[in-house]
Write a new protein. Structure first.
Length: 168
């Protein structure tokens, strides 16, 4: 007996699907220090004190510990640009403190950095701001507390600080 079998293999089915993909390239923030922080001239005696520089377009300084101040105080000024309605988060220097170095290696501490919104910004918290200008331009000011030691050596003291901006 002979059997004949016919097996039919169905053709393999192919499927095609389409998916969309996308990517967003972030806009870098532009930030420029347009004016440095300046505490003016300070005279002191035998006791330690502080000079508190309030940030703003018209900065002011408040002294403690019997310090005598002359000249103008100037907050650091920063100008920048990023997209309209982005939120900015300002992060002060590590530890919210820096050292200023003067004659013979003497130092003073600048700490308690504070920030104030300028043009193009709406302050949401003390370090978080919203961009309001359509072109994304903004300005903000930085101040802080300078700690002058008892019998601080006279002379010029300098230092630098970095802040970080995050945005979304």
């Amino acid at each position: 007996m002979a059997f004949a079998a016919s097996l039919s293999c169905a053709a393999a089915a192919n499927g095609i699907a389409t998916a969309r993909m996308g990517a967003t390239i972030g806009t870098p923030v532009i930030l420029v220090n347009s004016a440095d922080m300046d505490f003016g001239k300070i005279a002191q005696g035998n006791t330690a004190g502080t000079v508190i520089l309030a940030p703003g377009s018209t900065s002011s300084c408040t002294m403690t510990g019997g310090l005598i101040h002359s000249g103008n105080c100037h907050a650091a000024t920063f100008d920048g640009q990023v997209r309209f309605l982005f939120a900015l988060q300002i992060t002060p220097p590590a530890g919210n403190s820096i050292s200023l170095t003067g004659p013979g290696g003497a130092t003073m501490v600048l700490d308690n950095f504070t920030f104030q919104a300028g043009s193009g910004l709406l302050g949401l918290t003390s370090t978080r701001f919203l961009i309001l200008n359509l072109d994304g331009s903004f300005k903000f000011y930085a101040g802080g507390t300078l700690r002058v030691g008892a019998n601080q050596l006279p002379g010029v003291y300098n230092g630098t600080f970095q802040i970080q901006l995050n945005y979304n």
